[in-house]
Ligand binder design. Structure first.
Ligand code: HEC
Ligand code: HEC
Ligand code: HEC
Ligand code: HEC
Length: 206
């Protein structure tokens, strides 16, 4: 019948319109996603569940420990006052690390010690260093900006040294992080000169 044919044509036109609209809603390119992520990071609310992270599955695996389960994750994010989720996208093994966690609870986040480091965190090639790195000779003085004195019984100090199985023999080389936290990475995939920020070595390529 004629009227049905007309209806049919209208329907086909409508369907074509709808499907072409749908097709134009393809996801934003990855670089845009990263930008949006950077902008929304500051506003991310701390809730009971995992935050809405954009995880780059093609990024190299940085963990030298197995990934934490969801429960650990939720606890770490709800207790922490500082917002470290932008760094946890790649540095997930710092979610439960003592120094990072203890300071996060005092509202001192990764960015307070390492800088906002937008270029570092948005670099998919992982060759841009963070803004602030600490060579061995800079560690104690950086901690001492906030922790002036250290009044701990010798017994406790010796016990800690023994417990951590440290083998430095030159007392001048001992730094705060030898005894506190588990903040140094055991396995490195990218090495920068900590003073100049120059890229020295990566695991991909050379
Ligand atoms: C896109 C992934 C990514 C994000 C996001 C990221 N990092 Fe990194 N970061 C890396 C990689 C890769 C390395 C090199 C790790 C290695 O050697 O295995 C690194 C190394 C570092 C280092 C070690 C530098 C040194 O002393 O050698 C620091 C500090 C650091 N990141 C801080 C941060 C902070 C702070 C944030 C959040 C503001 C952050 N990163 C977010 C990928 C990332
Ligand atoms: C209170 C300051 C402070 C905070 C907070 C902090 N860091 Fe660090 N970070 C340091 C110092 C100091 C070093 C150098 C430690 C060393 O070499 O023993 C360091 C070293 C590192 C390294 C390189 C370790 C290596 O193997 O050379 C990475 C990666 C890193 N921090 C990531 C983070 C991330 C991610 C966070 C937040 C979750 C964070 N840091 C929070 C002070 C801090
Ligand atoms: C920006 C200031 C700041 C810097 C830099 C800083 N801290 Fe802290 N740190 C704090 C604050 C604030 C607390 C929480 C104090 C509290 O709650 O009693 C804390 C807590 C700690 C604690 C736990 C103390 C306790 O009683 O449990 C240790 C250990 C510690 N810091 C070591 C370090 C080391 C090692 C460094 C250098 C890598 C460092 N801090 C750098 C401010 C800082
Ligand atoms: C040889 C091991 C050792 C070294 C090195 C060391 N500490 Fe400690 N520190 C201890 C022990 C043990 C305690 C007792 C509390 C604990 O169990 O953490 C302690 C406690 C602390 C505390 C909490 C109590 C307090 O006095 O406020 C802070 C903060 C701290 N250390 C900061 C530092 C800083 C900063 C440095 C570097 C300048 C440093 N420590 C170097 C072993 C060490």
């Amino acid at each position: 019948m004629k009227i049905d044919d007309g209806l049919c044509k209208i329907l086909i036109v409508l369907l074509t319109l709808i499907s072409s609209t749908l097709l134009s809603c393809t996801p934003a390119p990855e670089s845009e996603v990263a930008d949006i992520q950077a902008v929304t990071d500051n506003k991310t609310e701390i809730t009971g569940g995992p935050p809405p992270l954009v995880v780059d599955t093609s990024a190299p695996l940085l963990l030298d420990e197995p990934a934490e389960d969801e429960e650990t994750f939720a606890v770490a994010t709800t207790q922490a006052a500082a917002e470290n989720t932008a760094c946890f996208v790649c540095h997930a093994n710092y979610m439960t690390e003592f120094l990072a966690d203890r300071h996060a609870k005092a509202n001192i986040g990764c960015v307070n010690c390492h800088g906002q480091s937008f270029a570092h965190r948005n670099d998919e090639n992982n060759i841009t260093p963070p803004e602030t790195m600490y060579s061995a000779d800079k560690i104690d003085s950086s901690c001492q900006n906030c922790h002036k004195a250290h009044d701990i019984p010798a017994k406790k100090i010796i016990a800690r040294w023994a417990e951590r199985g440290l083998d430095k023999t030159d007392p001048n080389r001992i730094v705060c992080t030898d005894c506190h936290g588990d903040h140094r990475m055991k396995v490195r995939t990218v090495i920068w000169d900590k003073k100049s920020g120059k890229l020295l070595r990566t695991n991909k390529g050379d």
